[in-house]
Design a protein around this ligand. Structure first.
Ligand code: AMP
Length: 589
């Protein structure tokens, strides 16, 4: 198989890798796929009910696997605490019992605002058992984004820590009309109007009859940001568990004996779908690290916990690359079997680097908050084209389309750019944007869900990410994806990260400008500017290469690590910065 878009050679899988994989032959699996078969992998509740938490926890206990480690939590000091499936069953029952005793009714929303404490995982699953709706908030959010989301989501209960409560919630707590209970972890001095979580849980019953939710009942609300407007609350239902389960098996190659580490925070959709639900429904042991990224700590966890499947993000991978392969070499990572990445474009060098460093490539996959689960992936048994997101999950119909006045036109020609569209109807598809039916309806045309992402599909059916629909640059009639330019720049040894935007040009319409941060040991001077432009022209051709390069100490990024090109552009052009509530790191810092 020839790589049609990347100069990087295809990474071929060995016979052993193919044989051990859950998904052996992609074509066969895709053509034979049936969602009813995926449904049958779960138990369900009597009478046609379905509950995510029951499938994640209790089912394993009923099948005699209660003694197996479900969650291994790594505390600040590096020590691990293990919770078996039976421990989780009881703990989540206590949480559900507590909600019931507080009068929380099925369908009401419980918000979680907490770092990666075991109690957060218990709360998420316990909420679902009680038939209530769980909505995770990223604990590093400031007061404003927290409040906005709790208002939109009509919060009934908040579970947080005493510290976070005092810093971010206390001043406006009473102004959220429907917020009846605030449950606090830790702290000796309980603020007024709050309940101390641990003693309340200790008083609650470890037995609870899981509420018989229906497949279409709301389970989770995940907030996401659009280009404009307030955050959108994407509504997901219990039936999503069918997709969480099967995509974990197929795209992450989860087996029951795997030790799985998803490094994403449950404040984001990846940290819930694949940092809680998918590994548990698949009966794995999942690792949760309380702390933030630290290269040596991460390698030590991979080694000491004998992690077999690792799901992380490109920013982290690039930070590991920056730290150097020699640091990785100090650790025994021989248990690692499958490496996967999501959330932003994974540059091909990162894939090649991981193959060289870990003996295995990172497998990129693609999805978004609205899809609830992985939609496009590289599979354990499928050859990897570095830089490609892979191929649609069995059961998912993906197309490259162009929006037309009357609907969409499906682009069949290989390698032609267009918007990624998914045939609506998979189980984890969002069912609404909270209170915004029009915004929701705008996502669909002629039965397709439109993703706002630009992609192309090559002749072998592999999808390649080009950029967000709103980030793309049109220069001298050429449609230029900033990601492509950034990737080329990042191949240069001086470049750590790059953000590329289009700036207005009287002749070409727009020309490309790049903002880059440098690896240590490089000087951002005119000589390097010229060298980088030369490198990009050579790699991409003069029509696509940046005309200008600016050096920055940092690039503005969202809390989930995405470079905010929109902000780079606004600042470059002196425009309003718009909604910057998700801004985490900033060039101005
Ligand atoms: P979120 O809803 O915050 O998870 O962000 C989803 C968006 O992240 C997608 O629409 C893409 O723009 C981007 N994204 C996610 N995964 C990938 C990937 N593998 N490659 C490129 N972009 C990605």
């Amino acid at each position: 198989m020839e790589a049609s878009v990347t100069p990087y050679p295809v990474i071929q899988k060995t016979v052993a890798e193919r044989e051990g994989a859950n998904l052996g032959n992609y074509e066969q699996a895709a053509s034979a796929f049936d969602w009813n078969v995926a449904r049958a992998l779960l138990d369900g509740l009597t009478g046609g009910g379905l509950n995510i938490a029951f499938e994640a926890v209790d089912r394993h206990v009923l099948h005699g696997r209660g003694g197996k480690a479900a969650l291994r939590w790594i505390g600040r000091d590096g020590a691990a605490t293990t919770y078996t499936y039976e421990d989780l069953r009881q703990a989540t029952n206590r949480f559900a019992s507590l909600l019931a005793s507080l009068g929380v009714r099925p369908g009401e929303t419980v918000f979680g605002l907490m770092g990666r404490e075991p109690q957060l995982y218990v709360a998420a699953l316990g909420t679902l058992k009680a038939g209530a709706v769980f909505s995770p908030l990223f604990s590093a959010f400031g007061p404003e984004p927290i409040r906005t989301r709790m208002e939109i989501g009509d919060a009934r209960v908040l579970i947080t820590t005493e510290r976070l409560y005092r810093r971010k919630v206390a001043t406006w707590h009473t102004e959220i009309p429907g917020l009846r209970h605030v449950l606090l972890l830790g702290g000796d001095d309980l603020p007024e109007g709050c309940l101390s979580l641990e003693p309340a849980l200790a008083r609650s019953s470890p037995e609870f009859q899981t509420v018989a939710t229906r497949p279409q009942d709301t389970a989770l609300i995940h907030f996401t940001s659009g280009t404009t407007g307030r955050p959108k609350g994407a509504v997901h239902v219990h039936e999503a568990v069918v997709a969480h389960n099967i995509t974990g098996r197929v795209a992450l190659d989860l087996h029951e004996d795997d030790v799985f580490w998803c490094t994403a925070d449950p404040g984001w959709v990846t940290g819930t779908s694949y940092g809680i639900i998918s590994p548990l429904t698949n009966g794995c042991t999942m690792i949760v690290d309380h702390e933030e990224f630290d290269a040596e700590r991460w390698y030590r966890i991979l080694q000491d916990q004998a992690v077999t499947v690792w799901y992380t993000a490109p920013t982290a991978i690039r930070m590991l690359m920056k730290t150097g392969a020699e640091v990785a070499a100090k650790y025994d990572l021989s248990k690692l079997r499958f490496l996967s990445s999501v959330g932003e474009p994974l540059n091909p060098e990162a894939v090649v680097w991981s193959k060289e460093t870990f003996g295995r490539p990172f497998h990129d996959n693609w999805w978004q908050t609205e899809t609830g689960g992985i939609m496009i992936a590289n599979y354990a048994a499928m050859d990897v084209k570095p830089g490609s997101m892979g191929r649609p999950l069995p059961g998912i119909e993906a197309a490259v389309v162009e929006r037309t006045e009357s609907g969409v036109r499906v682009i069949e020609t290989p390698d032609e750019e267009g918007e990624l569209a998914l045939r609506a109807g998979w189980p984890s598809m969002m069912r609404a944007y909270l209170n915004e039916p029009e915004r929701y309806a705008k996502c669909f045309r002629q039965g397709w869900y439109l993703t706002d992402d630009l992609v192309r599909r090559d002749a072998d059916g592999y999808f390649w990410f080009v950029g967000r629909a709103d980030d793309v640059i049109k220069s001298a009639g050429h449609l230029i994806g900033p990601f492509e330019v950034e990737s080329a720049l990042m191949e240069h040894p001086a470049v750590a990260e790059a953000g590329v935007i289009g700036i207005p040009d009287p002749i070409a319409g727009e020309v490309v400008k790049a903002f880059v941060t440098l690896n240590s040991g490089f000087e951002g001077d005119e000589v390097l500017q010229r060298e980088l432009i030369g490198h990009a022209r050579k790699r991409l051709g003069p029509a696509v290469a940046p005309r200008a390069i600016a050096f920055r100490a940092n690039l503005p990024k969202t809390r989930s690590g995405k470079i905010m090109r929109r902000l780079l552009k606004a600042r470059e052009l002196g425009l309003s910065e718009g909604d910057i509530s998700t801004l985490e790191s900033d060039e101005k810092k």
